[in-house]
Design a protein around this ligand. Structure first.
Ligand code: FMN
Length: 203
């Protein structure tokens, strides 16, 4: 447990951490199973996720945990929202939508919750901080040995679901982070050619 003003370790070469970052990939939610993070691991994941750069320390994000029956209950909302968007969809597709939250034992919604502050921190920067929370959460979960994936899919943008989750004002779902045990390794995916993304600025 850290206290305000505690002296933290200096950056030091840490080959295991570098190798973890060099090989990290997401894990597919549909391949996850029990057990998800236990209560102690959940708190550690949340604590790590919240340790992100944050201009003016606004903490412009919050968390909603979905576990147990709450996943099925949210699934009922997702099914309803799906039917109102796609009334003629076949029954098996409706059931698929109802099961979306059941893919993983634990899901954390990271909510971007930008704040109107007198000394303006641009909302763009506050949104970026919420994205950093999502990524830090992936790393935290994987560092504890859980599979993790960041998904939004269609329903995070659906008005009915946004309201069922209890979002207010400018709040938006930055991501749903699915977590659980994973036994199937990911494989390397296509990567952009870094040379296409890189310039060295010169005057
Ligand atoms: C904001 C955000 C939303 C995403 N939503 C989805 C999604 O709805 N469906 C999906 O297949 N992948 C989605 N992804 C991509 C996956 O999380 C993942 O990044 C992708 O499968 C590449 O895997 P990697 O993390 O192993 O590189 C999303 C990524 C981000 C950053």
């Amino acid at each position: 447990m850290l206290n305000l003003g505690d002296i933290l370790p200096l950056p030091t070469p840490w080959p295991e951490l570098t190798a973890f970052l060099e090989t990290r990939r997401s894990n597919l939610a549909k391949l996850m199973r029990e057990p998800g993070p236990n209560p102690k691991d959940l708190m550690q994941i949340l604590n790590i996720a919240a340790r992100v750069p944050d201009h003016r320390k606004l903490a412009p994000w919050r968390f909603i945990v979905f576990q147990g029956q709450a996943r099925a209950d949210m699934g009922t909302h997702i099914r309803k929202a799906f039917i109102s968007e796609t009334p003629n969809a076949p029954a098996d597709r409706q059931s698929f939508e109802a099961q979306r939250m059941m893919r993983a034992p634990l899901i954390i919604a990271v909510i971007s919750a930008p704040i109107d502050c007198p000394r303006e921190t641009p909302k763009w920067e506050q949104t970026l901080s919420a994205g950093a929370v999502c990524y830090n959460m992936l790393l935290a979960a994987q560092s504890l040995g859980y599979g993790a994936q960041w998904l939004t899919e269609w329903f995070c943008y659906n008005e009915h679901i946004i309201s069922a989750m209890g979002l207010n004002g400018d709040e938006r779902v930055a991501g749903l982070i699915y977590m659980g045990r994973i036994d199937t390794p990911s494989t390397e995916r296509a990567r952009p050619n870094l040379q296409d993304k890189l310039t060295y600025w010169e005057n």
